[in-house]
Design a protein around this ligand. Sequence first.
Ligand SMILES: Cc1cc2nc3c(=O)[nH]c(=O)nc-3n(C[C@H](O)[C@H](O)[C@H](O)COP(=O)(O)OP(=O)(O)OC[C@H]3O[C@@H](n4cnc5c(N)ncnc54)[C@H](O)[C@@H]3O)c2cc1C
Length: 414
Amino acid sequence: MKTISRRSLLLSGAGAAVASLAPASLASVPRRPWDTVVVGAGVFGAWTAKRLQEAGQSVHLLDAWGPAHSRASSGGESRMIRAGYGADEIYTRMAWDSLPEWRALSERSGLPVFHETGILFFAPRIDDYFRGSIEVHRRLGFPIEVLDGAALRRRFPMIDFAGIEAGLYEPRFGALMARRAVQTLVAEFAFAGGTYQQEAVRPLADAPHRNAILLASGAMIEANAFVFACGPWLGKLFPDLLGRRIFPTRQEVFFFAPDAGDSSYAPGRLPGWADFNGGDIYYGFPDLESRGFKIAHDAHGPRIDPDTGDRTYSAQALADVRAFMARRFPRLADRPLTEARVCQYENSSNGDFLIDRHPVHENAVLVGGGSGHGFKHGPAVGRYAADLVLGRLTTPEPRFSLATKAEQANRAVH
Ligand SMILES: Cc1cc2nc3c(=O)[nH]c(=O)nc-3n(C[C@H](O)[C@H](O)[C@H](O)COP(=O)(O)OP(=O)(O)OC[C@H]3O[C@@H](n4cnc5c(N)ncnc54)[C@H](O)[C@@H]3O)c2cc1C
C-alpha cells in the first residue's frame, strides 16, 4: 500500500500528495479484517475515516473515482462556511464546532484550505431568518454584525444594494477550498497508517455475510463495521431504502474574470456573499486564488443521475446569473466567463443530514444528505458518524435519523 511522507504533504500541497496515492491494486491491500471500511472519500467519508482512525481503529477507505473527484459533490473549487442558519441552532453549532478543525487543517496543509473572507448575507429587511440568526448567535456568543443599508454601501461598494436595507456579516467565516481540503485529509489519513483504495463497491445486498462487502472486481473485503458515505450515489447503492429519499439535483456554478487590475472582487474586499432575493437565493465568492468571481443560483435544479447526467452548462443558467450580476455586480455583468461547472446537490427531503444505522445491517452506517450545505460540517458529521460506529453516541439526533427522511422533497434548511 502506497503511503506518502509528511514532507511531500507539506511542501507539495494536497494535490501532489494525493497524486502519490496511486490506486491500490488488490494484491497490495492487506487482507486482514478491518475495524471499519468507509466507502466514499468525499468530505463526509474522509472526516469519518479520520475520526475512526483517531479513535485507534484500523480503517480502510475506498472510492470509485478518487477523493473529491470531478463528479463528487465535494469535488468543487470552493464551499462556503458560515454559522448563520436562521433559528436552526443545530447547524449553527455544528458549523462553529467545525471551523477550528478546518483552520487547523489549513495550517497543516501546504496550501490554504480555509480563506477567512467573511460571509455577508443581505436582504431587503430583517426578516424571521435574519432575526433567528441574530438571536442564536448572540445567545451562543458567536460574532455577527448587523448592517443597515448605509453601512452595506459604505463597506462593500462593489455591490449594488438597491432595495437592500439589512445585512448580516460573519467576520470569522469564509471559504473552504473543497477539493484540496478533502485530498489533504485523505493524504493525512494515509500518512497516519490508514489505507486508501480506488475501487467501486457493490450494493450491500450482494454481500455474502454481515462482515463483508464485495468490490466491482469481485474481491471481498471484511470488516466489523461499514460506513457508506456515498453522497448522490447513495440511492444507487441502496435503491429500495434510499432511491426515493435522496434527491440529486443539477446545480450550475460560474466563474468570471474581473477587469484587468481590478481588485474590487479580491478576498479582503469582497466577502463570500448570499443575496436572499425574495427566497430565490444567489450566492458567490470573491476571486479566490485568482480563479475568478464565482456565482451560483441556489434553487434546486432538475434531478440528475450522478453517473450519466450531462455536465454541460445551460445557456439559461448563464443568462440567469448574468441578469443577476447586471443588477448587483454591474461592472461584472459583461465580463468573460472563465469556467462553468455542473455539480449536484444530494438532497434529503428537507435538507437535514442522514447519519444513521442501516435498518437491517446494523453494523452499517449511512452518511449523506448534505443537501447543498453539508461541506462545512464535515468535521462535525465525521465525529457524529464515528461515535455511531463506536457505540459512543449517547443522544442520537432525531433529525439525522433515517425515519425522518421522507419521499417528498420539501426543503426547510437553508
Ligand atoms: C454546486 C455546489 C455548491 C455547494 N455549496 C456548498 C457550500 O457553499 N457550503 C457547504 O457547506 N456545502 C455546499 N455544498 C454541499 C456539499 O458540497 C456536499 O453536501 C458535500 O460535498 C457532500 O459530500 P459527500 O461526502 O456526502 O458526497 P461526495 O463528495 O459526492 O462523496 C461521495 C463519494 O462516494 C463515492 N462513491 C459513490 N458510490 C461508490 C461506490 N459504489 N463505491 C465506491 N465509492 C463510491 C463517490 O465516488 C464520491 O467520491 C455544495 C454542493 C454543490 C454541488
